[in-house]
Design a protein around this ligand. Structure first.
Ligand code: ADE
Length: 250
């Protein structure tokens, strides 16, 4: 993934990008991120990036000029770009969108807003608006980092263990099954016997069942989107019947 982050708080972004998997992905050139400070594209002595809203009202609005100037600067290299504006008013981000972004060959621009909003004319520069959830963050930085993180995990070679991304919760449509590691006994808490038995067919079945149960309890909406095999349908029916209060037709 290649991207440019347009932000007023570069330190917020670099702090996360300089750790762990994203740091390693950058070192391996699997993730190419440039962070640009919108304030560096101001021309007035106060380096002001915001102003009062026309029509009155509380709060400040991000001015168009520094953002247009930053985009002019980026476009000088002639590379084609997909410009994403992070806002709670955008299309919801999802694993499906992460997969589409991972397959994108164009360079991304993630435009992070702040304050009460952004001058509407900036939207003429934007290809799409994305939200990471139905809540309001202080700015787009965390949202951009969420997207970069989720997409980088899908880039081949970015994770140490190649299997881990495809086994992750949303990749196979269910929530995760429980994990355990040593010690076998900790403060009186044990580990399910099946995980110690060495029978991988049984272990896989137990994990799938656990994932179904967790999903049914916490995110039943995800089950409706799944294409179930005959074996999974049987497993799910068996789980449903074992739930207290289940009716015979459930
Ligand atoms: N900026 C503020 N809140 C946001 C959200 N929920 N998603 C994306 N960008 C945002």
């Amino acid at each position: 993934m290649k991207c440019d982050l347009l932000t007023l708080f570069p330190g917020v972004c670099s702090a996360y990008l300089d750790e762990s998997i994203l740091k390693r992905a950058r070192a391996k050139n699997l993730l190419d991120v440039r962070i640009l400070n919108i304030r560096d594209f101001t021309t007035d002595p106060h380096r002001s990036v915001d102003d009062y809203p026309f029509g009155g009202g509380a709060g400040m609005v991000l001015k168009p000029e520094p953002i247009f100037r930053a985009m002019d600067f980026l476009r000088q290299d002639g590379e084609s770009r997909r410009v994403v504006y992070l806002t709670p008013q955008g299309t919801p981000f999802s694993q499906a969108l992460a997969e589409a972004f991972a397959a994108e060959r164009r360079r991304f621009v993630f435009l992070c807003g702040r304050y009460e909003g952004i001058d509407e004319r900036v939207k003429t520069l934007v290809d799409e608006e994305i939200s990471v959830g139905d809540y309001v963050l202080t700015g787009g930085e965390l949202a951009a980092l969420v997207i970069i993180d989720a997409v980088t995990r899908l880039v081949p070679g970015a994770l140490g263990d190649e299997r881990s991304a495809e086994h992750e919760s949303f990749t196979w449509g269910l929530l995760e099954y429980p994990h355990y590691t040593r010690p076998r006994e900790f403060r009186g808490l044990g580990v399910p016997q099946v995980l110690l038995c060495g029978n991988h067919r049984e272990i896989d079945l137990w994990r799938r069942k656990q994932a179904f149960m967790k999903t049914m309890l916490v995110r039943p909406d995800l089950l409706d989107k799944l294409q179930l095999s005959a074996e999974d349908r049987e497993l799910l029916d068996e789980i449903k019947k074992s739930f207290p209060g289940a009716s015979p037709d459930d």
